[in-house]
Write a new protein. Structure first.
Length: 95
């Protein structure tokens, strides 16, 4: 089990299901090329200012987020693919 520190977020990657035509051709959506979506499974306590004040994270466990596929560290937790990214690297919260 991982314990996230600082302003980092542990995100369980949601595999995008590509559309398949009747002929069996796989249609890849353009947004899957640069970004990934995932569910927040753990959040660090937040970042510290130079004066030692803690800034609490703006995300919550369970949020579904979009982030850049190229950023973050790939981890595997209990056989599930996860990414460890900085909170500032989250592009959007998907409602």
């Amino acid at each position: 089990m991982w314990k996230v520190t600082g302003s980092r977020v542990l995100v369980e990657v949601i595999k995008n299901e590509n559309d398949v035509t009747e002929a069996g051709l796989e249609l890849v959506r353009k947004r899957t090329l640069n970004s990934e979506t995932g569910k927040v499974v753990d959040i660090g306590p937040g970042s510290l200012s130079t004066s030692g004040e803690r800034f609490p994270p703006r995300l919550q466990i369970g949020d579904v987020v979009m982030f850049n596929k190229a950023l973050g560290e790939k981890l595997t937790q209990n056989g599930v693919e996860c990414k460890l990214v900085n909170e500032s690297e989250i592009l959007a919260v998907i409602s």
